[in-house]
Write a protein that binds this ligand. Structure first.
Ligand SMILES: NC(=O)c1ccc[n+]([C@@H]2O[C@H](COP(=O)([O-])OP(=O)(O)OC[C@H]3O[C@@H](n4cnc5c(N)ncnc54)[C@H](OP(=O)(O)O)[C@@H]3O)[C@@H](O)[C@H]2O)c1
Length: 225
């Protein structure tokens, strides 16, 4: 396993904290980022306490978002779509592998639904790539629930779908997925397919509400690989 230093942008939220916890539990060094270092530090302590006694766990610290990025080789974007572009533009992302799990969703009386990005020709992941052309952006972990990430199950019984245009960057996310599910993520195609993965989470939210569960995605037919 390659050991990474992973900056989690939005690391004070449930999704960033949960993924940070899972990555550190697998031996990676994690820096939870926030717009305010003061908010990041107690969350890092909370994750660190949860990992105390876990053999081989990586260190978890907190920092302001840009400082977290500077310390990392991998950056996870785990912030809301609202304000995403403005935040990404402030981060020193050149040369980094950037993983976006950002889902541009909205909620109304009929439930959750995906937002149309760039007239249907864009996604949060592609937007990050356009803003940070010297980074390599992949999309992954869109469909993994924060509740499961912070839960007690050793591994979540689901698959992580990874999209991107650069194989080496996708391989980073595919390997990191094993920290969450116990098996590698699935290469699901090019970065533009984030346009399908991101809003699909609205379908899972609808299923969760109907059946009172935390659903995820499992891909069949891959047993031979
Ligand atoms: N929650 C889930 O189950 C889940 C599942 C899959 C994917 N996702 C995706 O993961 C991302 C994070 O989800 P979340 O539920 O953790 O979100 P969240 O709690 O709403 O936000 C995460 C963190 O982002 C920072 N933030 C909030 N507004 C911001 C803004 N305008 N500009 C910059 N930073 C801001 C905040 O940290 P500071 O105030 O400390 O900076 C906040 O703690 C979202 O895009 C979501 O669609 C979530």
């Amino acid at each position: 396993m390659t050991s990474h230093t992973i900056a989690v942008i939005g690391g004070t939220g449930p999704q960033g904290k949960g993924l940070g916890y899972r990555f550190a539990r697998h031996g990676h060094t994690v820096v939870l980022g926030s717009r305010s270092e003061e908010r990041a530090l107690p969350v890092a302590d909370e994750v660190g306490e949860r990992l105390s006694g876990v053999e081989g766990a990586g260190r978890v610290t907190g920092a302001a978002n840009a400082d977290a990025v500077a310390a990392a080789d991998v950056v996870l974007l785990a912030v809301p779509w609202d304000g995403h572009d403005e935040l990404v533009a402030t981060l020193p992302l050149a040369g980094k592998t950037v993983i976006s799990c950002v889902n541009p969703l909205a909620f109304d009386k009929r439930g959750a639904h995906g937002l149309v990005i760039n007239g249907g020709e864009g996604s949060a992941a592609e937007s990050a790539q356009a803003i940070a052309p010297e980074a390599t952006v992949v999309g992954a972990f869109h469909n993994v629930s924060a509740v499961g990430l912070w839960g007690d199950e050793e591994y979540l019984d689901e698959d992580v779908l990874v999209v991107g245009d650069v194989v080496e960057a996708k391989e980073v996310a595919i390997e990191l997925a094993a920290a969450v599910t116990g098996r590698p993520g699935i290469d699901a195609g090019k970065l533009r397919l984030a346009r399908q993965l991101e809003p699909f989470t609205a379908v899972l939210i609808s299923i969760n509400r109907k059946y009172k569960v935390h659903s995820g995605v499992r891909i069949s037919g891959l047993d031979a690989h």
